[in-house]
Write a protein that binds this ligand. Structure first.
Ligand SMILES: Cc1ncc(COP(=O)(O)O)c(C=O)c1O
Length: 391
């Protein structure tokens, strides 16, 4: 059913006024960084006020860290003790990697061609510790079907590490069958949900994943400096992180320099002093997204991405993102003859986008309207020479 224009205004009319950037720009770049809201700005001001007024309110700041853990746990349907508060997605995944042993019969890590660089780099770094890294490739049609994992997940596999939505082409993996296959073969699965979280509901129990890593700066509307690693409680003891720090200790305030005893729960994947300013902002961002509604955002964005894809088709351009809405996230990638130049030219027209891999990236969120999509399409139409032609 074609959505009516008023349907597509319902969500932005509730929240767009909270993001001042829209007074000046068409912001369609949430795949890089969510737009700054009044709530997140206020949270930073609150941090400065607290610092100014109380000096060193560490008890409160540690309590804020626990609040961030709880808010994130609720967001993904986990328990707070299954969540580590980290300073980036990379920090959590690196702590996990450092805690795995690759000496035994299970030493293989299975990834896809769609991983963010940090994931590839962290797992390849483990080759010096005995790991063997195997990539599952894209099929001819540009997808990575779950059946492609059948040949590579075996009795030598230690972990399957997959991205939820690809940062380069906007494609979403069909996570559940991959998890089912891995579990059948006794292998845990780590999901990098950074390009999905906040743009669609995520339930770790329903997905069945064992680990999930993410951060808050994209569709969760926070800022840089805060990430999370979920670890299913049954797997806490499966890793003994050697990349660590005092906030990962079983008792942070034991201050024992003669011993390493990591926390019994997911906190073992933490490191040093928590990123307090980013925690204030991260809580505000997540709470704002919950208030806006993540399920409603998914529906809204799905329709906007349809409009965008149809519009690019009409211009004779080529979309790198899957056509089937259940196979894509909030990001649409459009092939370009010169993506850098296109991003620059759009920027001069007040439209904020980004590029990767020769593609223009346009990502839509709860605050975007059909007019934003029309403006992007209008400007693309004026620069058809920068669109790669569809075959
Ligand atoms: C899919 C994905 N994973 C990981 C990252 C990076 O995470 P971090 O810089 O927090 O380690 C990004 C950021 O762009 C991403 O898109």
């Amino acid at each position: 059913m074609t959505p009516t224009a008023s349907d597509l205004h319902a969500l932005p009319s509730r929240c767009r006024h909270r993001f001042p950037i829209f007074e000046k720009r068409v912001y369609v770049n949430s795949c890089s960084q969510g737009a700054l809201s009044d709530a997140v700005r206020d949270s930073y001001e609150q941090y400065l006020r607290d610092w100014d007024e109380y000096g060193a309110p560490w008890e409160y700041w540690v309590e804020r860290t626990e609040a961030a853990r709880a808010v994130f746990a609720k967001l993904i349907n986990a328990a707070p003790d299954e969540v580590a508060v980290t300073t980036s997605l990379s920090a959590g995944v690196a702590a996990l990697a450092s805690g795995l042993r690759f000496a035994g019969p299970r030493h293989k890590v299975v990834l896809t061609d769609w991983e963010f660089p940090t994931i590839g780099q962290i797992w390849h770094a483990q080759e010096s510790r005995g790991a063997r890294v195997v990539h599952v490739h894209e099929a001819e049609d540009g997808t990575i079907p779950p059946r492609n994992f059948r040949r590579v997940i075996d009795e030598e596999t230690k972990l399957v590490s997959i991205t939820h939505v690809c940062y380069r082409n906007g494609a979403m993996l069909d996570v559940k069958p991959i998890v089912a296959l891995a579990h059948e073969r006794g292998v845990p699965v780590l999901l990098d949900s950074y390009q999905a979280i906040g743009s669609l509901p995520i339930d770790v129990k329903a997905l069945g994943v064992d680990f999930l890593a993410a951060g808050v700066l994209k569709y969760l509307l926070g800022s840089a400096g805060l990430g999370f690693l979920y670890c299913r409680r049954e797997l806490w003891e499966s890793a003994w992180p050697t990349a660590t720090g005092w906030f990962a200790d079983r008792n942070v305030f034991e201050m024992d320099i003669h011993d390493y005893s990591p926390a019994a729960d997911a906190r073992r994947f933490q490191s040093g002093t928590p990123p307090v300013p980013s925690i204030y902002a991260g809580i505000a961002g997540i709470e704002l997204m919950q208030e806006i509604g993540i399920a409603a955002t998914r529906k809204h964005v799905r329709r906007l991405t349809e409009l965008l894809i149809e519009g690019v088709d009409d211009l004779g351009g080529e979309v790198a993102t899957p056509r089937n809405p259940s196979e894509r996230g909030a990001l649409v990638c459009i092939r370009s003859t010169d993506a850098e130049r296109l991003v620059g030219e759009l920027d001069r027209e007040g439209i904020v986008t980004s590029s990767r891999d020769g593609n223009l990236r346009v990502s839509l969120h709860a605050y975007n309207t059909p007019e934003d999509v029309k403006t992007v399409l209008w400007e693309l139409g004026r620069r058809r020479e920068l669109l790669a032609r569809s075959r």
